[in-house]
Design a protein around this ligand. Structure first.
Ligand code: PA5
Length: 429
C-alpha cells in the first residue's frame, strides 16, 4: 500500500466530483503560495521545507542530548503548552506500547505546564521527589505563563535535589532572541536548542520541539524525518487529481461553505487520540479566525460511539467526519470457538479482533454517511515514526492550503491573547 490512502467516496452524496474539480486552481494557487512564500503569514512558513533542510548535525545533537538524559535520569519532564508539547505527546502516544508508561529501558516521560491546575502540579512535584529526572522546558516566546510557572516550581525542587548540578539536567528549547527563557539559560548554563523564527508552535513538531522528547523516549527521529521528507516531496508535486493533501483541503472548504461547520477526526485506535489533539490544535488555531473556520472535534471510537455517537448519527446535520486508520496493524488475537458459547460470540470464531474493528469502522462510516454525515477515510500503514512523519506533514501542508482557501492567515493566533490579557490584568502583572 502507499504511505497514505485517501478515500473520499463518503462525501460524494454531498459534494460532487465537479465541485471538487472546480477547486483545482484555487488549491494549486494556495499550495504555490506556501511553497513560494507569497501568502498571508509568509514569515511563518519555514516549516514547509524544514524536513528537507534540517541539518544532520542538529539530529545528531538531539540524539546525543537524549542519550545523555537517559543516562542520568529515569524520567524526562517536558514543560510546555500548545504547539510546544502536543506534537511530541501525539508521537509518543502513537509509538508507545499500551499499558506501560515505561519503555524497555525503564524511562518515562511526563508533561507539565500544559494547564494551570494546582492539584496537577502538586501531584507531579510529589511524584518527582522520588524520581531521578531531567527537564526539557519548551517555549518559543519564553514567557508563556503555564510553562514558566511549572518550571519555577520544578527548578526549586531540582535545586533541592541536585544542588548546583541541577543545571546539567535542564534543556531549554526556545527562540534565540526575545526570550527571557534564553536569557535564563545563558545565565544558568542550560543546554539549549533553538526554534527557527519562521516556524510557529503548532508547526514545530519536526524541530527540536518535537524531536528531543521523542528521541528521549528511544524512538527513531531519523525515520520520522524520512517520513516527513517523503510526504513533503509527494504532496508538493503530485497533480491535484492524485493529491490527497490538496483534495482534503478543498473538500473541507466545500463542505464548510455548505454549512458543515464541524469536523470530527475519528479513529478506532486509542494510539491516535493524542494525534487527534495535535490535529485539533493545528486546525483550530490556524483556521478559527475572522469569525470563520471549521470547528475540529476529536472522537475515539468505539468508546465515543456509546456517547457522542448518538449525536453524530442523529443530531444537527452540520458535521463531517475524517476517519484515520492504521491499515496494517500488527496484532494477532484470533477469536476461538467456545463449547458453551455463554457470551454468544461463537459467530466470531475463526475471526480476529482486528477483523471485528475493521467491520466496525466500515459499518460506522456507512451509518454516518447515510445519516447525513459526509465522511472521508485516511489510511496509513502503521504506528511507526516514519508514518507519523508522513501523516503529520500531510496534515500540516493541507492545513496551510485549507487556511488559504478559507481566506485566513493560518499562521497567527491573535485570538489567544484575549484570555491572557484578562488573566494578567486580574493577576496584576
Ligand atoms: O501554535 C502556537 O503558536 C501556540 O499554540 C504555542 O505553541 C503556545 O501558545 C505556546 O507558546 P510558547 O511556545 O511561546 O510558550
Amino acid at each position: 500500500m502507499k504511505d497514505l490512502v485517501f478515500n473520499y467516496n463518503g462525501v460524494l452524496d454531498y459534494v460532487s466530483k465537479k465541485e471538487i474539480a472546480a477547486y483545482e486552481d484555487k488549491a494549486k494557487q494556495a499550495l504555490k503560495d506556501l511553497i513560494d512564500n507569497t501568502g498571508a503569514g509568509n514569515d511563518f512558513t519555514g516549516w514547509v521545507n524544514y524536513p528537507l533542510e534540517i541539518q544532520e548535525k542538529e539530529l545528531q545533537e538531539i540524539n546525543e542530548v537524549a542519550k545523555n538524559i537517559r543516562k542520568q535520569s529515569h524520567c524526562l519532564v517536558v514543560i510546555g503548552i500548545g504547539g510546544s508539547y502536543l506534537g511530541a505527546k501525539a508521537a509518543i502516544e502513537m509509538f508507545s506500547p499500551y499499558f506501560s508508561n515505561l519503555t524497555k529501558n525503564n524511562f518515562e516521560i511526563i508533561f507539565l505546564g500544559n494547564n494551570i491546575s494546582a492539584g496537577y502540579l502538586e501531584g507531579a512535584l510529589k511524584y518527582l521527589k522520588n524520581v531521578d529526572f531531567s527537564v526539557n522546558v519548551i517555549s518559543k516566546s519564553g514567557k508563556t505563563l503555564e510553562p514558566a510557572l511549572a518550571f519555577r516550581f520544578v527548578k526549586e525542587l531540582m535545586i533541592e535535589k541536585y544542588g548546583a548540578e541541577y543545571a546539567k539536567r535542564v534543556v531549554v528549547t526556545t527562540s534565540n532572541h526575545h526570550s527571557i527563557l534564553h536569557e535564563e539559560a545563558l545565565k544558568e548554563g542550560y543546554k539549549e536548542f533553538f526554534i527557527p523564527d519562521n516556524i510557529g508552535g503548532r508547526y514545530s513538531v519536526f524541530t527540536a520541539v518535537g524531536l528531543l522528547p521523542i528521541a528521549c523516549m528511544g524512538y527513531d527521529v531519523y525515520d520520522l524525518i524520512r517520513g516527513a521528507i517523503n510526504s513533503c516531496q509527494d504532496f508538493k508535486t503530485l497533480p491535484y487529481q492524485e493529491n490527497p493533501c490538496m483534495q482534503y483541503a478543498a473538500i473541507r472548504n466545500i463542505l464548510y461553505n455548505k454549512k458543515y461547520t464541524n469536523e470530527i477526526m475519528a479513529s478506532f485506535d486509542p494510539k491516535l487520540t493524542y494525534f487527534g489533539e495535535w490535529w485539533k490544535q493545528l486546525y483550530g488555531e490556524s483556521e478559527g479566525k475572522d469569525h470563520k473556520g471549521v470547528l475540529p472535534i476529536v472522537l475515539s471510537y468505539s468508546t465515543d460511539l456509546h456517547s457522542l455517537g448518538q449525536y453524530v448519527q442523529d443530531g444537527m446535520r452540520n458535521i463531517f467526519e475524517t476517519f484515520v486508520d492504521f491499515a496494517h496493524e500488527k496484532t494477532a488475537l484470533p477469536i476461538k470457538e467456545n463449547n458453551e458459547d455463554l457470551d454468544g460470540l461463537n459467530y466470531l470464531a475463526g475471526k480476529d479482533v482486528k477483523f471485528v474493528k475493521d467491520q466496525a469502522l466500515k459499518g460506522t462510516m456507512e451509518a454516518h454517511i447515510s445519516g447525513g454525515v459526509p465522511a472521508m477515510l485516511i489510511q496509513v500503514k502503521d504506528n511507526s515514526p516514519y508514518t507519523f512523519g508522513y501523516l503529520a506533514y500531510f496534515f500540516m501542508l493541507s492545513c496551510g492550503i485549507s487556511g488559504y482557501l478559507l481566506g485566513v492567515n493560518p499562521f497567527n493566533q491573535e485570538g489567544v491573547e484575549a484570555y491572557k490579557k484578562n488573566m494578567y490584568a486580574l493577576l496584576k502583572k
